[in-house]
Ligand binder design. Structure first.
Ligand SMILES: *Cc1c(COP(=O)(O)O)cnc(C)c1O
Length: 392
C-alpha cells in the first residue's frame, strides 16, 4: 500500500553510522532507522548473538517457557523501576499493553469505571486504533471511523489542564518523558514530578512511553532516570532489539496485578530470536562506560550544533533535546533542511513543530560528529542562499 511518502533512495548494506547504496555511495545515517539502530548497522556483537540463536531456536510461542525472555525481562527490571515485563513486537503494541494494564488495574481494584487516560497534544503513541486515539492527532484519525473512547487530551505542559481533566473515570496519565515525533520537546522534570504527585494523590497510574527515548538515547538507559520521577508502567520498542522488531511493556508488580494468565497475549512476543537481539543490545549498553560515552559525545555534538545555529540564524532557530535525541527547530521548512542534508549525503528525519531530528547511532565517534557538522554546515549554506561563510 502506498502508505509511505518514501524518498527515492535504497540501501544495500550498513556499517556503523554509514549506509551504502548498491552503487557504493555512502550516507551518514543520523536517523538510525528512526531511533532504532542504536548500535549502528552490522554491530559485531549483535550479528554474533543473532547468528548463534538462529542456529538453535527461532520461535516456540508462549505456550512454553522461554528462558531467553525471562533473562531479558530480569535484566530490564534490574535496570529500572519495574518488576514485570510483557514482550511484544512494536511500539504501538507496547502502548496497547500499557493501556490495557492500566485499565485492568482499576478493574480488579473494584473501580472498573476508571478507564480514561489523560494524554498530551502533540504526543505520538503509535498507529493502532487505540494508540491513535491516545495521540489524538486529527490528520491520523481522519477516515478511520469512530475514535476509540477513553482518552482526554490536554495541552502540552499545562498542569492546570491535567488537573481539570482528571475525574472519577480517570485511570492513568500517559506521557513521553521527552516528546519525540511531536518535535523533540523537553518535558521539565518539575512537570513530571507534578504528574507523579497528582497520580499518587488520586490513585492513578503514571505511564511513560519510552518507545523512542528509551535504550540509551538520552544518555541514560531510560529517559525517566534523568528526571528522578519513576512511572508505574513504561513502554519500550524502537532500539530495544538494535534493529530487530521487539517491544516491551514494563510495570511494577502492583500496576500489573490485573494482568493474569489469559488476559493478554502475543504469538511472536518474546520469541528466542527477538530476545537474543534484545539481550545482545543490553550487553553493549550496560557495559561500563557506554552510557557515559553517549553523554560525552552528545555534549560535544550539542556544542558544535550551537555554533552552526549561530552561523545560520536564518536557518536554525533552536537546538533542543537530550542526549542523542536532538532537534533543530528550523526557520526554513524542516523538509527542505532534511533534503539539503540528504544532498550532502547525511540522513536526518523531520518531526513536528518544524523540527529536524538528529538521531545518530549511540556508537557515533567524535570524527563522525565532526563529519556531520561539516555536512550540516554545507546544507545550511545551501538554504542560506550562498556558500558557507568562513569559519572563525
Ligand atoms: C515510534 C513510537 C511509537 C510507535 O512505535 P511503532 O513501533 O511504530 O508501533 C510509540 N510511541 C512513541 C513515543 C514512539 O516514538
Amino acid at each position: 500500500m502506498a502508505t509511505f511518502a518514501r524518498v527515492h533512495l535504497a540501501f544495500e548494506r550498513g556499517e556503523g553510522v554509514w549506509l551504502y547504496t548498491a552503487d557504493g555511495e555512502r550516507y551518514l545515517d543520523f536517523t538510525s532507522g528512526v531511533a532504532v539502530n542504536a548500535l549502528g548497522h552490522a554491530h559485531p556483537h549483535l550479528i554474533a548473538a543473532l547468528g548463534e540463536q538462529a542456529k538453535k531456536l527461532w520461535h516456540v510461542s508462549n505456550l512454553f517457557e522461554i528462558p531467553e525472555a525471562e533473562h531479558v525481562a530480569r535484566r530490564l527490571c534490574e535496570a529500572s523501576f519495574a518488576d514485570v515485563v510483557f514482550f511484544c513486537n512494536s511500539g504501538a503494541e507496547a502502548v496497547e499493553g500499557a493501556i490495557k494494564t492500566a485499565r485492568k488495574y482499576h478493574s480488579v481494584s473494584g473501580q472498573p469505571e476508571r478507564f480514561r487516560i489523560v494524554t498530551f497534544e502533540g504526543a505520538f503513541h503509535g498507529r493502532t486504533l487505540a494508540t491513535l486515539a491516545a495521540g489524538g492527532q486529527k490528520k491520523y484519525l481522519e477516515g478511520f471511523g469512530p475514535v476509540v473512547e477513553g482518552f482526554d487530551q490536554v495541552p502540552f505542559g499545562d498542569l492546570a489542564a491535567v488537573k481539570r481533566a482528571v475525574g472519577e473515570q480517570t485511570a492513568a496519565i500517559m506521557i513521553e518523558p521527552l516528546i519525540g515525533e511531536g518535535g523533540v520537546r523537553v518535558v521539565e522534570p518539575s512537570f513530571l514530578r507534578a504528574l507523579r504527585e497528582l497520580c499518587d494523590r488520586n490513585g492513578l497510574l503514571l505511564i511513560f512511553d519510552e518507545v523512542q527515548t528509551g535504550m540509551g538515547r538520552t544518555g541514560e538507559l531510560f529517559a525517566y532516570q534523568r528526571t528522578g520521577v519513576a512511572p508505574d508502567i513504561m513502554t519500550l520498542a524502537k532500539a530495544l532489539g538494535g534493529g530487530f522488531p521487539v517491544g516491551a511493556c514494563l510495570a511494577t508488580r502492583e500496576a500489573a496485578k490485573g494482568m493474569t494468565a489469559g488476559t493478554h497475549g502475543s504469538t511472536f512476543g518474546g520469541n528466542p530470536l527477538a530476545m537474543s537481539a534484545a539481550n545482545a543490545t543490553l550487553d553493549v549498553m550496560l557495559a561500563p562506560g557506554f552510557l557515559d560515552r553517549v553523554k560525552q559525545i552528545a555534549l560535544l555534538f550539542k556544542q558544535r550544533l550551537a555554533e552552526i545555529k549561530d552561523r545560520y540564524p536564518a536557518v536554525i532557530a533552536e537546538v533542543r533535546g537530550e542526549g542523542l535525541l536532538i532537534g533543530l527547530r528550523a526557520l526554513v521548512p524542516a523538509g527542505s533542511l532534511v533534503d539539503a542534508l540528504r544532498a550532502e549525503k547525511m540522513l536526518a528525519v523531520a518531526a513536528g513543530d518544524n523540527v529536524v531530528r538528529l538521531l545518530p547511532p549511540l556508537i557515533v565517534s567524535e570524527q563522525e560528529i565532526a563529519e556531520a557538522i561539516v555536512r550540516l554546515d554545507r546544507a545550511c549554506a545551501r538554504l542560506d542562499g550562498g556558500p558557507a561563510k568562513p569559519r572563525q
